[in-house]
Design a binder for this molecule. Sequence first.
Ligand code: 5GP
Length: 312
Amino acid sequence: MLLSISDEIATVKNLPPKLDSTTRRANGLKAVAARRERADIKRKLKGGELELRALLASESNAKDRMLVVELLESLPFIGEIRARELMERVGISPRRRIAGLGIRQRERLLELIEKNPSRKLLSTLGGVSGSIYGRLFVISGPGGVGKSTITQELNRFDDFFVSISVTTRAPRHGEIDGVSYHFVSREDFESRIANNEFMEWAEFAGNLYGTLEREVHEMRLRGKHVVLEIEIQGARQVRKRHPEATLVFISPPSWEELEARIRGRGSDDDSRIAQRLALAQEELAASDEFDLVLINTEVAEVVKRLVALATS
Ligand code: 5GP
């Protein structure tokens, strides 16, 4: 075979020969498809749609190339610390890929994960061993999409607790302090920030909103699945602080439907409606950052999915 000069140079230097543009494009497309497949696997694991045991037994090449740690961290109950702990216990090196796992290691890993993960998580968090530590869900989505209706429905289940946020916003008609929100002054809110009381907090439409870390922890210790109905900046903070949380984005069936709901509220003037619509567009663009996107066509269906997720 005749080599071109540039290929010869590549061979001499031990570099791969240059690829022609068609091969390069085909490789690029393959890489994109593989990345998508990996992202899909992670999303399904996190959302409880796919079980680790089934994934490991599958033929998927994409999963074989994934790092063990990456896969473990995608599981709903497992964050960085717990993934590391599990791998150490099974003797898996930090950079090992799925394809490099021995049969015994696979089995041991599955055994440890399937043996009530929430109990294990509790001990890594320093809680009381033996009781079940509840899960943490974040529900976000554009204003008008129906998040509150969904969380109110979830609150009717004994196993769920919808967190009561602290806010500097004034109570609206019918809202009760300690039930709808803990209504506080800006000064009070700021001193809580200084005391590091918040799991997350954010400013939204000129008011401060935050979730109390301690309240959430106590509810989870009692075995309740805690639901935070918060805006997106807050969701991002929870993701960092509690990687085991499941972030759910509630999406409208269509933009037209959301627009109709926002316009139909009746309480806003034109400029406020325009502001709400612009904000809704920004919020919709962040849906990719979430573990799961549920389209709110019917509240009962969304609630059913969330309950199934919590009990899976
Ligand atoms: P509203 O004033 O209409 O009750 O709430 C305004 C926005 O603040 C909503 O998107 C709601 O989800 C969000 N929100 C409520 N509580 C919290 C909280 O504790 N933290 C964050 N980051 N957002 C919150």
